[in-house]
Design a protein around this ligand. Sequence first.
Ligand code: PGA
Length: 249
Amino acid sequence: MRKVVIAGNWKMNKTPKEAVEFLRELGEVKVNDSMRVIICSTNLCLQPLLHHKKGDVEIAAQNMHFEDSGAFTGEVSTKMLKAVGVNISVIGHSERREYFAETDEALNKKVLKAAEEDFDVILCVGETLEQREKEIHKEHVKNQIVSDLKNLKEEDLKRVIIAYEPIWAIGTGKTATSEQAEEMCLFIRNVVEELYSKEAADNTSILYGGSVKPANVKELMSMENIDGALIGGASLKADSFLELIHYDK
Ligand code: PGA
């Protein structure tokens, strides 16, 4: 059965010292088998985080390249990440799509590479405000998923967590309503069912992201098709991240 995933996306924040301090404040995190708690940090903080983490927190990258090595200045491969103990990365975040021209074609290569390497990805999809206002958001998100998962075998879909992040809700304080988020997460599950099978769709964790915070996480998580959250701003402080992890308390 699909897992609940609470993932903090630190973006370009925290020095290694600050990252370790965060872990000290977080303490030992214990979760049961049905949940994953993940911190997505810059590459610079990955090793200090892995070294100092206590309990069940997983450490993830925010990007990976689809080649193993070569002339790709500024990039890091899955092989390199795995060599230091990182087995998961965010890919396709809207900031990378927008500011760093990450394409669906490149994302598809990353998804296939991850599957080949037994490496997990949190694949982000989501529409702009303009697309929502034009009511083409579903079509857009479907196109992203169809392109990004092209040629991925059903047995490898277990490597993919999907995060629905409407761009207009990221870092804006403007959260999608839980109904809007649920509608899109259900829509995405149906797309996965169309592409694969009902079983595959039922087993895929689909997260919502965009201004999730302790005050709204419980309501979002009460929705049937929202299996977790990808959290930016509110994941940067240990006390707030702890509240998000323990949203059901
Ligand atoms: P936010 O960011 O929680 O700060 O809106 C979410 C994200 O970009 O993943």
